[in-house]
Ligand binder design. Structure first.
Ligand SMILES: Nc1ncnc2c1ncn2[C@@H]1O[C@H](COP(=O)(O)OP(=O)(O)O)[C@@H](O)[C@H]1O
Ligand SMILES: CC(C)(COP(=O)(O)O)[C@@H](O)C(=O)NCCC(=O)O
Length: 307
């Protein structure tokens, strides 16, 4: 069976032609904000790929608002403000959080009167101490390493319009969940939820976390390229750990750099790559849009689900 049968494929030129972006003027401030995300992010990608993508999200969001109104009319109630939730999935180090931040900047630009918030599911990993207690430290990122019930409850509270909902956070520098530094989600218009497990099926609950997503994106790339990006990020983590003994990577930053990279490559091969193959890639065809990246993080193709 053709796995792509439910998707239409577009190359970047065609994709760009759907929303020629001379209609949206990015100010120098917007560009600086985008640049500060990542020095190497390409402005061509922003114009050719991400602005049309965000335009599509805007259209879907308008449709959602319309539906909320019609539903309230039908149920003879006043319209409630229900957050629109976007899920972003893909491998460790494929660029999910960078894209999530970029989409949030562009959404703010296109919808200045709406409040957009951003979070990652990493905070719902069990803390390292608990992973160790369960003897699954080598399975960090695998389905059993997340408190999915807590994540479901969180999404449910946000969707139900609870005014203040707290989400635990995760630090790559500390390499652990930071229970003392929760993120407060305060009734946003749009919430972007990014994480490797956003499109995964539940192991034992009846509810799927993807049921809470109004729109979803999967970020795809060749695993060899993702390994390269993982190791590049590892290099950056080593550089920032250099002067900070509290950083998880500090000991690696003090020792032989070659040995440190050997260790990181081993972790990718033993943990993150099998996780990608077994549990993340199989969720790709559940996304509304699949964005395919190639060398240098450039997007070459997009796939849009039919219907
Ligand atoms: N569009 C991009 N251009 C250049 N580098 C990028 C881009 N997207 C991500 N990166 C880099 O790739 C690495 C992984 O990205 P990140 O957003 O942390 O991935 P994820 O959230 O999927 O783990 C980081 O070092 C990041 O700076
Ligand atoms: C916290 C993560 C599961 C999530 O990754 P992310 O998508 O934020 O890059 C991952 O970064 C991780 O720590 N994996 C375990 C193996 C490793 O150290 O790479």
């Amino acid at each position: 069976m053709d796995e792509w049968m439910n998707y239409e494929q577009f190359d970047r030129q065609t994709w760009h032609s759907f929303f020629p972006t001379d209609t949206v003027r990015l100010t120098q401030g917007n560009l600086d904000e985008i640049k500060s995300l990542n020095d190497r992010i390409s402005i061509e990608d922003v114009q050719d790929v991400y602005l049309p993508l965000v335009k599509l999200i805007q259209l879907r969001y308008q449709n959602f608002l319309e539906w909320q109104m019609q539903k309230a009319n039908f149920l003879q109630r006043s319209t409630m403000r229900v957050p629109y939730i976007i899920g972003i999935a893909g491998s460790v180090a494929v660029g999910k959080s960078t894209i999530a931040r970029l989409i949030s900047i562009l959404l703010n630009k296109m919808l200045p009167d709406k409040r957009v918030e951003l979070m990652t599911t990493d905070g719902f990993l069990y803390p390292n101490a608990e992973l160790e207690r369960r003897n699954i430290m080598d399975r960090k990122g695998f389905p059993e390493s997340y408190d999915m019930e807590k994540l479901l409850k969180f999404l449910n509270d946000v969707k139900a319009g609870e005014p203040i909902v707290k989400a635990p956070t995760y630090s790559h520098q500390v390499y652990d969940v930071q229970l003392d530094k929760p993120l407060t989600i305060d009734h946003p218009d749009i919430l972007i939820v990014e994480g490797i497990n956003t499109l995964q099926l539940p192991s034992n609950q009846q509810l799927y976390i993807s049921d809470y997503f109004d729109w979803s994106l999967y970020v795809d790339a060749n695993p060899d390229l993702i390994e390269h990006w993982y190791l590049q990020r590892f290099g950056m983590l080593l550089d920032t750990a250099f002067t900070d003994p509290s950083n998880y990577y500090y000991p690696y930053s003090q020792g032989d750099r070659k040995e440190a990279f050997k260790m990181a490559k081993d972790v990718w091969q033993r943990v993150d790559l099998p996780n990608l193959r077994e549990f993340i890639l199989p969720t790709k065809l559940r996304a509304d849009v699949i964005l395919h990246k190639t060398t240098g993080h450039l997007v070459d193709h997009l796939y849009l689900r039919r219907g």
